[in-house]
Ligand binder design. Structure first.
Ligand code: F6R
Length: 604
């Protein structure tokens, strides 16, 4: 949700570094973009639209400087216009600010600054920050103190970076929005000189360094000749330098047309990474370190969107193991908090930064719960803030639509359950299926007929997805994936629920995608539901391992290898990812950056 970047020490490459960083952060928002470069004065260039539009606007301009800031926006306050694009300036145009988050008390601050004669040129909450810094400098404070005093007036969430004329570097602060410092060539924590970066996320500067420092809430950073990090009281803080474990190439498209397609195809590798050194087939053992000792008597999952579908799946896994478990939409959790008892509260979040999930975990933690984060993002706020972390190790996911990370989440949920609450019988059943999973996914990727199915149904205006048990969250996920990237109406249902209302919407133009696994009772009942929609002339696409007679009632079949019902959920989902991708691609949609969405949703 908005991406910010800053750099210093890049000499004549300052502007390029900023724009390159914004391109890597564009998944966080693409309503507008802008840069501010500090020389003796500040040059700002900004525009509504994507980074490509900013590049166009910069073409032919000579903007040079030793330090700079940049921003790519997902609109919260005010429409995506040039005026609302960041950076925002004060009245003197000597202070430029970029911001990710929401300043909740901005209206009061704006009114107060307005009454003192400050003129505002945008609708944003961010602009108050530039004017506040101006106000405190005018009152005689040194720029770094004025920046600190200004930040202390703010309520809400922010990762903020500023440049101020007459100073040599960048000022930054964070509260509830991610901010990471990169130490480039010649940079260290105790000597001056070298290149420093600042960004909402590591991919922004990963081409230049793998050494990073994660800022905590309440911390301030000053990047000039060196790096100074202070806490909210101004005391120096000594920070650990972390090494990023993935390569810069992983944030490129590697020849695929879209990040989404690349990431769908990366699933075998991502799953191998998730399973590596955690499952041992011969002994049927699962190792998730000391998480095995958690042995929860109850589990509450909190998550949003795709991760919520993983949470629904996780709750079923634990319930099947005899542990009471429930999935909550994170945005609803704190509004009516459930009784906690001794429950473990598990936040599932690809980014580890989603504001709704963070606040649900904080709510639970504040009531004394043991908290665990299941995430893809090492060093994310959730990783650092809560009691335990289980990483899914999917590698960077850039496409806004979550794909490989959903597969990683389902897999890691099985590892957690098998290691902490399930017995040797389940491990003997599941471990071989998990070991087979990367190869089974590869077989689907090699042979899928999803593109043909997409071609056949691309003109439909409404799509239904149904499944039972572990296939129900996958039905919801299939519908979410299709609607978010194709902009067509799609709904997922528990297969048995169709007849309780939604069936009224089904007609000959409503393709129904049905997930049918095995030949047990669930499969037989789902086949019954397929017959119900068939009787209403709906075309049926069955995603199946071929064990039941579901294919007899299907217009099209998308095959998956035979597997355990839990791992079959991952496999069926791969077919649905491909269907969504190909429909959206044929409709010419903006697949990696669907309208109105952003990858990391850091506002509630
Ligand atoms: C859909 C999608 C979103 C995210 C949701 C939570 O493809 O990506 O629904 O799943 O915004 O994000 P994380 O997992 O980062 O908390």
């Amino acid at each position: 949700m908005c991406g910010i970047i800053g750099c210093i020490g890049r000499g004549k490459h300052t502007l390029d570094t900023l724009v390159h960083g914004l391109e890597k952060l564009e998944y966080r928002g693409y309503d507008s973009a802008g840069v501010g470069v500090l020389n003796t004065d500040i040059s700002v260039c900004k525009t509504s639209g994507k980074i490509a539009d900013l590049r166009g606007k910069l073409d032919g301009q000579s903007i040079a400087g030793h330090a700079g800031i940049g921003h790519t926006r997902w609109s919260t306050h005010g429409p995506p216009t040039d005026a609302n694009a960041h950076p925002h300036l004060d009245c003197t145009e000597e202070i430029a600010v970029v911001h990710n988050g929401i300043i909740e008390n901005y209206q009061g601050l704006r009114d107060e600054l307005g009454s003192k004669g400050h003129c505002f040129t945008s609708d944003t909450d961010t602009e108050v920050v530039a004017h506040l810094i101006e106000e405190f400098i005018a009152a005689g404070e040194e720029p770094s103190q004025a920046f600190r005093t200004a930040i202390q007036q703010l309520e809400g969430s922010y990762a903020i970076a500023a440049v101020i004329e007459g100073t040599t570097g960048l000022f930054a602060a964070r509260n509830d929005s991610p901010l990471v410092v990169g130490l480039g060539d010649g940079a260290s924590t105790d000597e001056d000189g070298g290149q420093f970066f600042l960004a909402s996320d590591v991919p922004a500067f990963r081409d230049f360094t793998d050494r990073v420092i994660y800022l905590e809430d309440g911390e301030f950073a000053r990047l000039d000749g060196g790096l100074t990090i202070t806490d909210s009281e101004g005391k120096l803080v000594s920070k650990t330098v972390h090494t990023v474990e993935w390569d810069a190439e992983e944030t490129g498209k590697s020849g695929y047309d879209h990040f989404m397609l690349k990431e769908i195809h990366e699933q075998p590798r991502a799953l191998r990474q998730c399973l590596r050194s955690r499952v041992e087939e011969q002994t049927a053992t699962v190792d998730v370190g000391n998480l095995a000792d958690l042995n929860p008597s109850g589990v509450q999952f909190v998550a949003c969107g795709t991760s919520y579908h993983a949470a629904m799946y996780g709750a079923q896994v634990f319930r099947e193991a005899g542990v009471p478990a429930q999935a909550f939409l994170a945005s609803e959790y704190a509004t009516a908090p459930p009784p906690l008892g001794d429950d473990l509260v598990v936040g599932i979040s690809q980014s580890g930064e989603t504001a709704d999930t963070l606040s649900a975990l904080r709510e639970a933690s504040g009531r004394g719960a043991t908290t665990l984060t299941l995430t893809n993002t090492v060093g994310s706020t959730m990783d650092r803030e809560f009691d335990h972390t289980l990483f899914i190790y999917s590698g960077p996911e850039i496409g806004v639509a979550a794909t490989k990370t959903f597969a990683g989440q389902l897999t890691a949920l099985n590892l957690l359950s098998l290691a902490s609450v399930e017995g040797s019988r389940q491990r003997r059943e599941l471990v071989p299926a998990l070991r087979e999973l990367p190869g089974d996914v590869q077989r689907i990727l090699d042979d899928s007929m999803a593109e043909e199915v997409a071609e056949y149904y691309e003109d439909s205006r409404s799509y239904f997805f149904i499944g039972r048990g572990y296939q129900y969250p996958v039905a919801l996920e299939g519908a979410l994936k299709l609607k978010e990237i194709s902009y067509e109406h799609a709904e997922g249902f528990a297969a048995g629920e169709l007849k309780h209302g939604p069936l009224a919407l089904v007609d000959g133009n409503t393709p129904v995608f049905a997930l049918v696994v095995g030949d047990g009772e669930k499969a037989r009942k789902t086949v019954g539901n397929i017959k119900e929609v068939e009787a209403r002339d709906a075309p049926v696409v069955v995603i199946t391992d071929g064990q039941s007679d579901a294919e007899r009632y299907a217009d099209h079949v998308l095959e998956i290898p035979e597997s355990h019902p839990r791992t079959a959920a991952v496999l069926g989902n791969v077919q649905l990812q491909l269907v969504a991708y190909h429909i959206a691609n044929r409709l010419g949609r903006s697949i990696d950056k669907p309208r109105n969405l952003a990858k990391s949703v850091t506002v509630e």
